[in-house]
Design a protein around this ligand. Structure first.
Ligand code: DHB
Ligand code: FE
Length: 284
């Protein structure tokens, strides 16, 4: 059977993608960000899974106000890189895993979570920046991502957005689905977005280091309690875009119920307007 080996959590700041794509990753400002991922790139080389189930949010690129799926699972064989207004990032298209994705859709929908099936979905910085951070940035034409990726898009852009509790329980359903797939696949679940940031309104620029560090502590040690935190606490404490953090609870809910091993923890401010947080948790 397939099983979940580890989960990865990381912010997805679009300027990180731009720094990589424009050859600025060596600049002192960006070095401090990328330094936190040196361990992670080595770890991923040593622990390459067969499939990454990547929880992220679309930023009005694949979807728009015309159509707002709360949860959309990418079931295609390939996902093109979205053009977010200045051309697609020069990174390889993302190869999917249609068989596992279809199995997860079947299992999770039967477990009462209403997923939207996405058979055509361009993927934006929410998905490609975490991949770049973890896999590095060789040229698009000479490189493939290290394994297939199942994109799982969560609406955290347009209210109403799903609660942390629902996301955590959805993680449990995803774990059950993976563990009932009849092939010996090693699967990682990645939760992306966050940490504290607000891009708009009078509080634009808000960062809350204390909230972020406590969130990391609780995500590791007591996710059941963390999952009870209501929206308004995310918005008040972590800013309007801090709500992206509910996606980390999907990945955490997909992990075993026993305490995970913390393989890596990193936190840095600033990167663009955002606090960058990063964790690697291994099932023991
Ligand atoms: C920024 C952060 C985000 O999460 C995002 O989606 C867009 C911009 C920023 O820091 O500028
Ligand atoms: Fe974002």
């Amino acid at each position: 059977m397939a099983h979940i080996t580890a989960s990865v959590y990381t912010s997805h700041v679009p300027a990180i993608g731009a720094a990589l794509d424009l050859g600025k990753s060596g600049e002192p400002y960006w070095q401090k960000v990328f330094a936190g991922y040196e361990f992670s790139k080595q770890w991923l080389r040593e622990n390459t899974p067969d499939v990454i189930f990547l929880v992220y949010n679309d930023h009005a690129n694949a979807f728009s106000l015309d159509l707002i799926p709360t949860f959309a699972i990418g079931c295609a064989a390939e996902f093109p890189i979205a053009d977010e207004g200045w051309g697609p990032r020069p990174v390889p298209a993302v190869k999917g895993h249609p068989e596992l994705a279809a199995h997860i859709a079947q299992s999770v929908i039967q477990d009462d979570f209403d997923l939207t099936i996405a058979n055509r979905m361009p993927v934006d910085h929410g998905l490609t920046v975490p991949l770049s951070l973890m896999c590095g940035q060789p040229p698009a034409d000479k490189f493939e991502w290290p394994c297939p990726v199942i994109p799982f898009a969560v609406n955290v852009v347009q209210y109403p957005v799903p609660s942390g509790r629902r996301c955590f329980n959805l993680g449990h359903a995803i774990r059950k689905a993976v563990e009932s797939f009849d092939a010996p696949l090693k699967v990682q679940v990645w939760g992306t977005g966050g940490m504290s940031h607000q891009l708009q309104g009078p509080r634009a620029g808000l960062i809350n280091r204390e909230f972020d560090q406590t969130f990391l502590d609780r995500l590791i040690a007591d996710p059941v309690d963390l999952a009870r935190m209501p929206h308004i606490d995310y918005v008040r404490e972590a800013g309007s875009e801090g709500i992206e953090l509910v996606m980390w609870l999907i990945a955490r809910g997909a992990m075993s119920d026993t305490l995970p091993r913390v393989a890596h923890r990193f936190y840095h401010v600033p990167a663009s307007n955002t606090a960058v947080g990063h964790l690697i948790l291994e099932n023991t």
